[in-house]
Design a protein around this ligand. Sequence first.
Ligand SMILES: Cc1cc2nc3c(=O)[nH]c(=O)nc-3n(C[C@H](O)[C@H](O)[C@H](O)COP(=O)(O)OP(=O)(O)OC[C@H]3O[C@@H](n4cnc5c(N)ncnc54)[C@H](O)[C@@H]3O)c2cc1C
Length: 462
Amino acid sequence: MLKHEQYDVAIVGGGIGGLMAAFRLKESAAGLHICLIEKGAPLERRKCPLIAKTARTCVRCPSCAIMEGLAGAGAFSDGKYVISTEYGGWLTEFLSPETVLDYIEQADRILVSFGATTQRFQPSDTLKKLCLQHDLHMSQAQLKHLGTDSNFDTMRHMVESLRDQCEIETHTTVTDVDREAHIVHLRGREGERSITAKHIIFAVGRVGSGFFSNWCEKNGVELSNNQVDVGVRVELPSSIWEDFSRQIYEPKIWYRSKQYGDTTRMFCFNDRGSVVAENTAGVLTVNGHSYRDEARKTQNSNFALLSTIRFTQPFRQPIEYARHVASLANLISGGSVLVQRLGDLENGRRTDESRLAQSTTRPTLDAVPGDLSLCMPKRQLDNIVETLHALDSIAPGSANYDTLLYGVECKYYSARPAAEDFELAGCRNIYAVGDGAGFTRSLSQAAANGLYVADKILGRNV
Ligand SMILES: Cc1cc2nc3c(=O)[nH]c(=O)nc-3n(C[C@H](O)[C@H](O)[C@H](O)COP(=O)(O)OP(=O)(O)OC[C@H]3O[C@@H](n4cnc5c(N)ncnc54)[C@H](O)[C@@H]3O)c2cc1C
């Protein structure tokens, strides 16, 4: 229960963006009264039945432990920390690349002080050249791999250190914010109440983007968004990509398909990892994890292969579109996610239990064998198959018959609010940071964004 009724700063959302903002504010101005409000559970109580292996399929918990709770969507993430501005978000549309990189480095130093590894993977010009020779384009970045388990520990140490300095309220949802009076309305286990704060930071992540967009619309803050990425999670034996993963850890490669001229991206690579299902507001999609702990590693690697769709007028609901595609996969799999062998897909037949049993690639997720062509639009599926064959030329075996495709994976980008230096248009001292505001799509940029806005509140970077 929050102790006060008035705060200097209220932070909505306890993901890496919100936590970094709280950390910087307390580190620099110990006297400030700060509260951080998180709708999900404390970190140590976040238990996904699928990860804990107490359920075989997603049981659709009222609050998804993967996406919500202290440490946000990053809590069970692979903890790949991108030290580059080449990908991971759009902060360079607002700040110089040097400033963004400087903040990413600052956030990294904070994470290291809480136990994150100092080991960095360097980009490889040789591999980039190999890709170019096959009309594939690889993004270059320094990268750290915290690993799901040690990333979790790092965030736990950070939250523990903050608890002494800032009031953290979990299981409490911010339901509204009065933009003039700065009243923050909360709903928690004890019912409804409100507080006031001089400064308010929305750091609600992808899971809170619907709430945040509605709030912006209600309060006259203009929004823009027209992009969504839809595709599959690819799983194959880890040896196929090990020439890349050993050198750069995470290959991020994009390809322009010959058939449609669309961009398809390979990213979110998990070496010797597992495929997981995640529940985003009631719709099941797929994702991937990998652990540093040798005992939890698998024989397979997985990555996202998603085709980018940019809608034009009059359609303005890219997220709803992706959710419909993913819901179809949920529908035909009886409330789960689908898995299909590439060879079966190309031969126009369903993967069933007996065909899956013959697969030399053993699935790491208990998904329902089926037919992706029944739920994914032809254009995206064609792009994915064409891209897999292009990838096969640099990592032979990528387009094997038994390459497993799980569907559907989507990356939604939250609608972006009109803002001046992250202060929402027409809303004095109300800011937005991170994935929920469509400014970022990675741990490093969300962290950098949180630190930057905290500095802005402190009057440091004006
Ligand atoms: C499975 C998975 C793996 C990933 N792996 C990586 C990776 O390896 N590397 C990488 O860079 N990125 C990864 N990402 C993306 C990364 O996690 C996000 O970019 C990052 O967490 C964004 O941080 P954020 O603070 O903006 O939002 P989030 O981390 O999403 O945090 C937002 C928080 O706000 C809370 N919230 C929302 N609405 C409200 C409300 N109304 N009231 C109170 N609280 C609210 C939510 O419960 C959530 O905890 C991964 C994401 C997922 C889901």
